[in-house]
Structure formats: structure tokens, C-alpha cells
Write a protein that binds this ligand. Structure first.
Ligand code: FES
Ligand code: FES
Length: 170
């Protein structure tokens, strides 16, 4: 059975007709071509698919597209406002070598952005707790923690992400 949905993705209004069973991650990747949101597991464990839904970090393989109707979705492609500028979180991953293969990175960056929206100055152990739903096979996590600390000290979650959160609560 199909349903018509309207939602906002990276600041753009989107209308679509989707299968009732379609997961949001597949809508983003396959219907909209936003392949920066990765699929790393089939069990809701890895966090590679994390996006912001109304300013909250959500694993997009855990919700149906129809459940996201009327929501505002921010993916890695929209994080810096869709341009070349990096947010502090993205810059932190670059400065502190928070990635190696990069497969987990979009989900890590989105989860870290959600974390900084909730707590702009998390301690390292709070970062580890906040990102525990995101798995990385490469880094040992220490550089990721340092990347998020770098972001906390250099601007926080980023203007676009903050606007998402404020838009959702207004
Ligand atoms: S693909 Fe969503 S948690 Fe792994
Ligand atoms: S950088 Fe390779 S999985 Fe995290």
C-alpha cells in the first residue's frame, strides 16, 4: 500500500508517494539520491544511517518514511547549508583525524551534531556515552572523541543544525 508524504529534507520541501513499509534510510538514498547516509548493518546497531529528524539524531533505518511525514530531516549533505563550508564537527573530524575509511563518518558526524545540540560542552566520557550507538571499525574512537571536543571548543553543532532544532521547537 502506498502513501503520500510531505517532508522537508535539507531545507527543501519534498512530496512523494512511498510504500508503507519503506524505511527512511532507503527513501533518502534511493528516492532522493542522498547516499551520504550510509547503511552499515541490518540490525539498527551501527549508526551509519544517523540523520537529524526535527533536530534529534535518529537512526534512519529504524523509522518508516511515513512516520517522518511533516518532519524536517537534515542529512550529511545539508549539514553545512549544502555548500562547501564545513561545520565545526566536520572540521573537528578533519583536524583530529577522526576518520579512516570514512564509512561510519556521516553517521558519527550527525550523531555528534545531535549530541552538541543537547550539550554544547560534553566531557570525553559524555561523548563516548553519547556516541555509543555508533560503531567504527577503524579509529579506536579516541580520535572521534577528540574531534567532537574540538568542535565543542570551536563553534558547536553548526548554524544549520541549530536552526533545525529551533525550527522544530518553534
Ligand atoms: S544501518 Fe542503521 S543502524 Fe546500521
Ligand atoms: S572510519 Fe572506518 S568505520 Fe569508522
Amino acid at each position: 500500500m502506498k502513501h503520500d508524504v510531505e517532508l522537508t529534507v535539507n531545507g527543501t520541501s519534498v512530496t512523494a508517494t512511498v510504500e508503507a513499509r519503506q524505511l527512511l534510510v532507503h527513501f533518502l538514498r534511493e528516492d532522493l539520491g542522498l547516499t551520504g547516509t550510509h547503511v552499515g548493518c541490518d540490525s539498527s546497531n551501527c549508526g551509519a544511517c544517523t540523520v537529524l529528524v526535527d533536530g534529534e539524531a535518529v537512526k534512519s533505518c529504524t523509522i518508516l518514511t511515513v512516520a517522518a511525514a511533516d518532519a524536517s530531516i537534515l542529512t550529511i549533505e545539508g549539514l553545512g547549508g549544502g555548500g562547501d563550508s564545513l561545520t565545526p564537527v566536520q572540521q573537528g573530524f578533519r583536524e583530529c583525524h577522526g576518520l579512516q575509511c570514512g564509512y561510519c563518518t556521516p553517521g558519527m558526524v550527525m550523531a555528534a551534531t545531535g549530541l552538541l545540540l543537547d550539550d554544547p560542552d560534553p566531557a570525553p566520557d559524555e561523548i563516548r556515552t553519547g556516541l555509543q550507538g555508533n560503531l567504527c571499525r577503524c579509529t579506536g574512537y579516541q580520535m572521534i572523541v577528540e574531534s567532537v571536543r574540538w568542535a565543542a571548543e570551536n563553534g558547536g553543532p553548526g548554524a544549520v543544525a541549530t536552526a533545525e532544532r529551533e525550527g522544530a521547537s518553534s
